[in-house]
Design a protein around this ligand. Structure first.
Ligand code: BDP
Length: 705
């Protein structure tokens, strides 16, 4: 072929690809929400005038350099040319300013910004229109830079910025349940990112991208290893490996933390005991802390799971949780470190598993050292599709608390089911404890059990990235609406076109209630299969511990269903503030969403809908299935708006989810019907298979165990 035409053809093809909204690039999800794809007019022209150069009114530092590099990368991606670093204020400058360095005319209440807050402001300075990014620290500038990039990517008017943001909760951490062999407990996104074997010599470039992504959300710490910890993490070779990661994370404001095994003094130190009151044990931890801080001067501290599910702890020596936590706190305090002591405890002899953490920890209020934070799961059982908030929130006024959320969806369909967690996070963060504060207002730290692994898309599915995103953004500002956060994520990740963007946001919003409906409606909980927690197994009643059995939680019989936690039952409802204890203690004033969490009721109990409880249960299972079907239809209609690679991927996942929502519905209805002995409500589709068929399904190799 004539070379002229060949060239012309190539040119036309290149032009056509460039016109597609960013689809020419591989869309495998690796770039997360930091894609920085070319903007279209008029946003493009605006960006070009608003980001012509970067001017620094701040001393050089690795964090400042990270901020500048990210701004340059973002603008280069969106506008085609990176803004140069220049010394003087000129029109269209992005001015990064710290107190004492800002040019005349900049007026900011620096102190009110604290160590992490920032201001983004469009203003006229010395007669020139510029954008000010101001903060009290270089970390604040980093967060402000990411906020500006978010504004640019989501289509905000960059000439009229006026935003001030200060995080409401100081510690915002990911908890990685990662083992040293790279298996991730409850991980559904591949292996652990941390290549402990090759560290510290080989430092994967992905560690930087991980830290960038966290910094873009304001996540400022990462616990690297599983709460079911091995003492090995505290040995010199592993500390050197952790230090190498800390070096990568540091410019991005992400501190390294470690889960500490309570029996380490015996296991590593050769001591005869790990008794927290033993002077040699205390000395061992002090020396260990000093060793860690020599390697990692900004080490965050320890996360500890003690006397929980077989882990060692102070009670092995007749000591209390406070004794154990305070000993570690003492070792860390000289270095500014913190102990996150988990309250996830339940003993086989407890009458009601949901009640135990409160019973054990509430009496310890006031006994913890100031640098201990008690870390409490969002609900009293274990990361279910819906739980009431944990009664400890607001009930330990003298103890700093942390809220532990689970981003990895252990009980919500792993990374296969599209379930957006923003609404779940919002529900708990904004819950009114009736102790004069919301849950978010009652905590000093928010931790999220990470859903991150070596999968190209980081989280196992495209939409699971949104759960990492939502966690970070809602931890930074718990007052944000989950839907607004989802809108930001969609605009940066899939499309900023309003109709398509909002359709995706609506689908995400529906997904949370859908999973509650098709798995555990009306306050039911823990009906999942043994060990793996994936599919339905409400019939299981033969496990080693009663409180691992689904039958323990739903208590269904011929006469009714539900766990009675009212005054007639376990009385756990009395752990809530009086106003809540009253309303949740009475089935007539308990919201249907929590009904069977707190009450055991006859199958013919009349529901607000006019149906019997039995008919309502079936209707909710049906509604869950119908919602997933509608999510799949709505996604299919979005095909023209989404790049082919990710559209196809999500479609495949939704197909699995639709099939498995039916599995959940059919297996649960088949089982509950076998117990209630009631006919299916008129017009109900009977389960596809027999109860025995569902009961026979086994999943010995499910991931994450
Ligand atoms: C449960 C998980 C288990 C964790 C435990 C915990 O099934 O793998 O070790 O919680 O939080 O959700 O300690």
């Amino acid at each position: 072929m004539n070379t002229f035409f060949a060239r012309l053809g190539g040119l036309l093809l290149a032009t056509a690809l460039a016109l597609l909204p960013g689809w020419a690039a591989a869309e495998d999800g690796y770039e997360l929400w930091l894609r920085y794809r070319p903007l279209a007019a008029p946003a493009l022209a605006q960006l070009q005038t608003q980001a012509r150069r970067i001017v620094l009114a701040a001393p050089d530092s690795p964090t400042l350099r990270a901020a500048v590099a990210e701004l340059q990368r973002g603008v280069a991606g969106m506008a085609g040319r990176a803004p140069a670093l220049r010394g003087s204020v000129a029109p269209g400058a992005l001015l990064l300013a710290l107190p004492g360095r800002a040019p005349a005319g900049v007026s900011v209440d620096w102190a009110a910004l604290g160590p992490e807050g920032y201001v983004l402001r469009s203003l006229v300075l010395q007669g020139r229109r510029v954008t000010l990014i101001a903060a009290s620290t270089d970390r604040g500038l980093l967060y402000g830079s990411f906020a500006w990039l978010r504004a640019a990517q989501t289509g905000a008017d960059l000439s009229r910025l006026n935003e001030r943001s200060v995080p409401k909760v100081g510690l915002r951490l990911l908890n990685h349940w990662d083992n040293l062999d790279r298996h991730v407990e409850r991980g559904y996104a591949g292996a652990s990112l941390w290549d402990w074997w090759r560290l510290p010599d080989i430092v994967d470039a992905r560690y930087t991208d991980y830290a960038r992504a966290n910094a873009s959300l304001g996540i400022n710490g990462a616990v690297l290893n599983n709460v079911n910890a091995k003492a090995d993490s505290l040995t010199a070779p592993y500390l050197a490996k952790a230090a190498a990661l800390a070096d990568v994370f540091r410019p991005w404001g992400v501190k390294v933390w470690l889960s500490a095994r309570f029996s380490a003094p015996r296991e590593l130190g050769g001591l005869k005991t790990s008794d927290p009151l033993d002077p040699a044990v205390r000395a061992w931890w002090q020396a260990k802390a000093a060793e860690i801080y020599r390697l990692i001067p900004d080490f965050g501290g320890f996360l500890v799971k003690a006397n929980s599910e077989g882990q060692p702890g102070p009670q092995d020596y007749g000591r209390s949780h406070a004794d154990g936590a305070n000993m570690l706190a003492e070792a860390l305090s000289a270095h500014g470190g913190v102990v996150m002591w988990r309250a996830f405890v339940y003993a086989p002899e407890a009458k009601d598993r949901a009640a135990q953490a409160f019973d054990d920890f509430k009496p310890l209020d006031g006994q913890f050292a100031p640098n201990v934070i008690v870390q409490v799961k969002n609900g009293p059982i274990d990361f279910q599709p819906r739980e009431p908030f944990h009664p400890l929130f607001g009930a330990m006024p003298k103890t700093p608390l942390a809220l532990e959320l689970q981003i990895t969806k252990e009980y919500l369909g792993f990374s296969t089911h599209l379930v957006h967690l923003g609404p779940l996070f919002e529900e708990v963060l904004k819950a009114d404890t009736h102790h004069g504060t919301t849950v978010a207002g009652a905590v000093k730290a928010i931790a999220g059990v990470a859903n991150i692994g070596t999968d190209r898309n980081w989280s196992g599915s495209q939409f699971d990235q949104a759960n990492w995103y939502a966690f970070g953004r809602q931890a930074w500002d718990p007052d944000l609406a989950a839907a607004d956060v989802a809108r930001e994520w969609v605009a940066q990740t899939f499309t900023a076109r309003p109709a398509a963007r909002d359709a995706i946001v609506a689908l995400m919003a529906d997904s949370r209630e859908a999973v509650v409906d098709y798995m555990t409606p009306l306050g039911l909980h823990h009906l999942m299969g043994t060990g793996h927690h994936y599919g339905p197994a409400p019939w299981v009643d033969n496990l080693e511990r009663a409180d691992w059995n689904p039958t323990y939680f739903h208590r269904a019989s011929r006469s009714g269903i539900g766990f009675d936690r009212s005054a007639r039952g376990s009385k756990a409802v009395a752990q809530y503030a009086p106003a809540l204890a009253r309303s949740w203690g009475d089935p007539r004033t308990t919201p249907p969403e929590l009904l069977l969490w707190f009450h055991h009721l006859p199958w013919d109990h009349a529901m607000p809908s006019g149906r019997t409880l039995w008919a309502e249960l079936v209707a909710r299972y049906d509604r869950g299935v119908a919602t997933v079907d509608s999510m799949a239809r709505r996604w299919a209609a979005l095909k023209p708006d989404i790049d082919p690679q990710r559209h196809a991927e999500v479609t495949a996942y939704l197909t699995v989810q639709a099939r498995e929502a039916r599995w959940w519905r059919d297996a649960c209805i088949a089982y509950f019907q076998s117990v209630s002995g009631l006919p299916l409500p008129a017009g109900t589709r009977p389960p596809e298979r027999s109860l025995a068929d569902y009961q026979a399904l086994q999943f010995p190799h499910a991931p994450g165990r």
